[in-house]
Every structure is written in structure tokens, then in C-alpha cells.
Design a binder for this molecule. Structure first.
Ligand code: ADP
Ligand code: AMP
Length: 224
């Protein structure tokens, strides 16, 4: 477990490797992955009011409202499992969300160590996203080509044999999600550059190489 509290943001395009790396960092440092996409998918699956509002927007590859997301993440950060620190994955996704996060953290007496961009050009993204699948039982992430289970059809982590693909992981929606990324999310990168906590990692490298670079960055925050 991490002795120090380290709060980081992983930024980058859909399919850029944020979730994959957040899970690895969570296991390594005991800091929790907070994925707004996972939270929304859970809300959709549960049929809650939030889920009902988000479903069609997500399927269209657009962004759900800032207000809904900010409320959701603020409540989540207050949970005890965030005490050792957290990795924000998929949030903030707009400049107003980034500004709201700053206010929220100041109110809670918390701060960000780093905002890390996992940089991946658009031409990698369709293949990354259309090949993505995950274990239905434990959520472990895989890829048809880049991250296959060791034994075909069996989850490495829990031995589960059922796998799922996301409703929005199709070539048509990917284009809309990339448009939303460039128009609404990419501007948060210079926002953090102005605060000098921005770091950039080359996300076209292998999963292990990207992890190596991220570990170097997180470790630098743990050395006192
Ligand atoms: P994000 O959370 O940013 O949307 P994911 O972490 O789910 O992206 O990664 C998308 C897909 O690409 C997954 O199937 C994952 O296994 C695969 N992947 C992640 N990182 C890499 C990488 N560095 N090289 C090749 N494939 C990767
Ligand atoms: P993700 O799992 O991060 O790829 O997110 C899947 C979908 O959930 C996105 O395409 C959006 O519709 C929605 N979503 C996730 N996070 C946010 C956010 N921070 N702001 C707005 N919409 C979001």
C-alpha cells in the first residue's frame, strides 16, 4: 500500500490505455481507480435514474452532462477507499469538469500530484477499441490482438469463461468519441500544462513499456 497519498489523472483518447494502466497502478500502489465510464455503465446496468439519463448519450458517443458527472465523482471521492489516493480515469473530460475538480479538491483539502497524458494518435484507436473485451465476472480487460488471455476463453485473473464487449465499442461510435475527445477533452491538457503537473507518456508503446514510464512518474511523487 502507498504510504503517501497520491492523486493522479490519466488523460488520453478513448482506447488509449487509461483503464488498462489504471488497474495496474491500482494493484501496485493501492490507490483506487475511479473510472467515470465504469460508474456510468454500472448505473445503466442497474436501471437507476442516472443510468437512464446517460444510456442514449453514451451509445451516441457523446458526453453526458458535466453536472451529473461532477456530482457522481464528488460523492465517490468521499468514500473511505479513496483515502490512500486515487487515479481518475475518464474524468475530467471537459474544461468545466477540470475547473470543478479543482474547486472540489480544494474544498476537500486534497491535491493532484500529476495529470498524465497517455498520448496515442487517432489511427491506433479504431483497432484498439474494436478489439477490446473484458471478463464478465471480474472486469479484467483484454484485447483480441494486444492482450489475449493466456488460455483462450479463460480469464487470467478469475478463471471466468464469459466475456463482454461494450455497446459503444464499434467503429462508427469510435469516430464520434474521437470527435468529442478532440473538441471537448483535449483542451484540458494545456489546462494542466499551465499548472505544471502535466506529464506525457507515449501510449503507442507496449502495455509494459507504458507502465514503466507511469511507474517512474508516480514513484517520483512518493520520494519525499
Ligand atoms: P481506455 O481506458 O483509455 O479507453 P483501455 O485501457 O481499455 O483504454 O485500452 C483499450 C484496448 O487497448 C484494450 O483492449 C487494451 O487491452 C488495449 N491496450 C491498452 N494499452 C495498450 C498498448 N499500450 N498497446 C496495445 N494495446 C493496448
Ligand atoms: P469511457 O469508459 O471513459 O470510454 O466512457 C464511456 C462513455 O461514458 C463516454 O463516451 C461518455 O458518453 C461517458 N462518460 C464517461 N466519463 C465521462 C465524463 N467525465 N464526462 C462526460 N461523459 C463521460
Amino acid at each position: 500500500m502507498a504510504k503517501n497519498k497520491v492523486n493522479i489523472i490519466l488523460m488520453g483518447p478513448p482506447g488509449g490505455g487509461k483503464g488498462t494502466q489504471a488497474k495496474i497502478l491500482q494493484d501496485r500502489y493501492g490507490i483506487i481507480q475511479l473510472s467515470t465510464g465504469d460508474m456510468l455503465r454500472a448505473a445503466v446496468a442497474s436501471g437507476s435514474e442516472v443510468g437512464r439519463q446517460a444510456k442514449a448519450v453514451m451509445e451516441a458517443g457523446k458526453l453526458v452532462s458535466d453536472e451529473l458527472i461532477i456530482d457522481m465523482i464528488s460523492q465517490r471521492i468521499d468514500q473511505p477507499d479513496c483515502q490512500n489516493g486515487f487515479i481518475l480515469d475518464g474524468f475530467p473530460r471537459t474544461v468545466p469538469q477540470a475547473e470543478a475538480l479543482d474547486r472540489m479538491l480544494a474544498e476537500k483539502g486534497l491535491k493532484l500530484a500529476f495529470a498524465i497524458e497517455i498520448r496515442v494518435p487517432d489511427d491506433y484507436i479504431v483497432e484498439r477499441i474494436t478489439g477490446r473485451f473484458s471478463c464478465a465476472k471480474c472486469g479484467a480487460g483484454y484485447h483480441d490482438k494486444f492482450q489475449k488471455p493466456k488460455k483462450d476463453g479463460v480469464c487470467d485473473v478469475c478463471g471466468g469463461t464469459e466475456f463482454i464487449r461494450r455497446a459503444d465499442d464499434n467503429a462508427e461510435t469510435v469516430k464520434k468519441r474521437l470527435d468529442a475527445y478532440h473538441a471537448q477533452t483535449a483542451p484540458i491538457i494545456p489546462y494542466y500544462g499551465g499548472k505544471s503537473i502535466l506529464r506525457v507518456v507515449d501510449g503507442t508503446q507496449s502495455i509494459d513499456q507504458v507502465t514503466g514510464q507511469l511507474v517512474g512518474i508516480v514513484d517520483s511523487a512518493l520520494v519525499s
